[in-house]
Ligand binder design. Structure first.
Ligand code: KIV
Length: 266
């Protein structure tokens, strides 16, 4: 099995191959998704909303991310690059915290890289983590860890905000990020950032000009049905599939047709 490296992801931009990323939080899904050839499995702090039913990503802990990264790593037969989110407050307070927590996510969780949200204000943390030989991905635009400041809406709609995002992207690249997630920003701005940077951009609600795309698996599989952002395309409707399987099971238990002969030890 060929394990993807950060250099493989960088090379994909150079040769014009699009990068496909999906979020993943457990062993079973890692086995399925990595066997399909997904390039990156992102252990996102979106696990707060889609797996734990929380209303923001803020409560996620480093321990949560390590636990889920370990499960994803065990299932990653296809050798996708595992990128794990650094949770809120695990890197903002000090450079020391940032390096230590990023290191734990690699050392104990088994991630290949970490992802952090923010621009110029976290550049010192990014370069310190990179110096510790830990690959770092950036995340600009709608950064859910800043929900209390910016909400959960499309970002960088005016000229000042557009210029700031371009500046932040360059600063992050200079600080050493190997890839940049762009969430919920206008397509033409994502195009400009993609053309400006040497590192790949991965869009989520940022249009088709990014070097790659990422979606939350539970959204694109139709498992998480509380709400559907405009940028999500549902490739399946697993909530309905699971519901009808569960209903059939319940009715067969009730009418005695399950377990059948073939399910019984003699
Ligand atoms: O946590 C997450 O799933 C993410 C993606 C939305 C990019 O950061």
């Amino acid at each position: 099995m060929n394990k993807k490296t950060v250099n493989d992801i960088l090379q994909m931009k150079n040769v014009g191959h699009k990068i496909a990323a999906l979020t993943c939080y457990d062993y079973v899904m890692a086995k399925i998704l990595s066997s399909c050839g997904v390039d990156i499995l992102l252990v996102g702090d979106s696990l707060a909303t889609v797996k734990l039913g929380l209303d923001s990503t803020l409560p996620v802990t480093v321990e949560n991310i390590i636990y889920h990264t370990q499960a994803v790593k065990r299932g990653n037969d296809g050798g996708a690059l595992i990128v794990s989110d650094m949770p809120f407050l695990s890197y903002e307070a000090s450079v020391k915290d940032a390096v230590y927590n990023a290191g734990r996510i690699l050392k104990e969780g088994g991630a290949n890289a970490v992802k952090v949200e923010g621009g110029a204000e976290i550049a010192d943390k990014v370069s310190a983590i990179v110096k510790a030989k830990i690959p770092v991905a950036g995340h600009l635009g709608l950064t859910p860890q800043a929900v209390n400041k910016i909400g959960l809406k499309v970002q960088a709609k005016n000229e000042t905000a557009r210029q700031k995002l371009i500046e932040d992207a360059k600063i992050l690249q200079d600080a050493g990020v190997f890839m940049l997630t762009l969430e919920a920003i206008p397509e033409d701005l994502a195009k400009k950032v993609t053309e400006t940077l040497d590192i790949p951009t991965i869009g989520i609600g940022a249009g088709k000009y990014c070097d790659g795309q990422v979606l939350v698996s539970d959204d694109m599989l139709g498992m998480f049905i509380d709400f559907k952002p405009k940028f999500v395309k549902k490739y399946a409707n697993l909530a309905d599939t699971i519901k009808s399987a569960a209903e059939k099971y319940i009715s067969e238990v009730k009418d005695g047709s399950f377990p059948a002969e073939e399910n019984v030890y003699k």
